[in-house]
Write a protein of this length. Structure first.
Length: 324
């Protein structure tokens, strides 16, 4: 689990490493972060978020199980990891902010319930669902066939990964041949690593050069290697890549693909215990905020518009089970 710290502290680390020097700035007076010299507003990372709020929709709220309606609160689990722009701590190091919190709040508003968040480690999100401690989890959970055996899902965002390269690279990635002979960094044990290894093998079978895959311990190491030219790209989660591009201004996205690879489009979903009776309410609430435009406004403010869905799906095809 990531160490709790403010984004300002993380940016200080990047600046010390030479990544953001003269390129990215955090304005303590306005609690905004943006590339140095950028005109207009940046990304608000302060505790006063002016969060986009919704209103109760009676027809949607009626889908909530009676026990939850009478309680009046929606108990939501969220990961305690610091993962901008999804969920992280504001500049006061106390207030939890991010796109997942914003969307969860809109859903609760639509259902006429008060959102009650609890940050826990990743594995305890599912423990909380299993024990009915949480009514739901909105914390970048991908739909998988294995998870569908125990949980119900209502999708609200695409699960994409992205190739991030140095700004002005003039390089585009659409398939395996575009990374042949390139040096690409990736985190070990991730789905994106599996995809990159598969692409490298495809290149070798086709008579092309394999991918030179590199591994580092920290995000700062990836970005330092990118700026120094030791790697051509970093393949990671699309939200994190988009956020880094928007806040530092030194890199660009040169290609995106499904986190599930070629087989299935990965999807992020509101997750609830199977047969809890809440999944239809979640899906209806998500459809409502999509229709009224508040959903699009949240994604835009966090740089996630390219991961928008047109409607919520209940238990769609998920990432396949691992092969034994």
């Amino acid at each position: 689990m990531s160490v709790r710290r403010t984004l300002a502290a993380a940016l200080a680390t990047l600046t010390a490493a030479g990544l953001l020097t003269a390129c990215g700035t955090s304005d303590a007076a306005t609690d905004e972060i943006k590339p140095k010299g950028q005109k207009g507003t940046g990304i608000n990372i302060g505790p006063d978020q002016h969060r986009i709020r919704g209103r109760k929709v009676d027809a949607v709220a009626a889908k909530v199980p009676k026990a939850v309606r009478e309680r009046g609160t929606l108990r939501l689990g969220a990961s305690a990891d610091a993962s901008p722009p999804l969920g992280f701590y504001a500049t006061d190091d106390r207030t939890r902010i991010g796109s997942e919190i914003d969307i969860a709040t809109l859903i609760a508003d639509t259902l006429g319930l008060k959102p009650q968040f609890e940050q826990v480690s990743w594995e305890n999100l599912f423990v909380g669902l299993d024990s009915s401690k949480f009514d739901g989890v909105l914390s970048n959970v991908t739909v998988t066939e294995e998870r569908k055996e125990k949980y119900d899902f209502a999708t609200y965002r695409l699960d994409n990964i992205a190739f991030e390269a140095k700004k002005g690279s003039g390089w585009k990635v659409k398939g395996p041949k575009d990374v042949a002979g390139k040096t690409v960094a990736v985190s070990s044990g991730t789905n994106q690593e599996k995809i990159l290894v598969d692409w490298s093998e495809q290149n070798e079978k086709a008579g092309r050069k394999p991918v030179d895959i590199k591994y580092f311990q920290k995000d700062t190491d990836y970005y330092l290697a990118l700026q120094s030219g030791r790697i051509d790209a970093y393949l990671g989660p699309s939200p994190s890549a988009n956020y880094h591009v928007a806040s530092a201004g030194q890199s660009e996205i040169v290609g995106t693909l499904s986190g599930g690879g070629d087989g299935v489009q990965g999807k992020i979903a509101a997750t609830t215990k199977k047969d809890s009776g809440l999944v239809e309410a979640y899906a209806a609430a998500i459809d409502h905020i999509i229709e009224d435009g508040s959903y699009a406004r949240v994604l835009k403010r966090w740089g996630l518009s390219n991961e928008a869905v047109e409607k919520s799906e209940i238990n769609p095809p998920g990432l396949p089970k691992p092969k034994n």
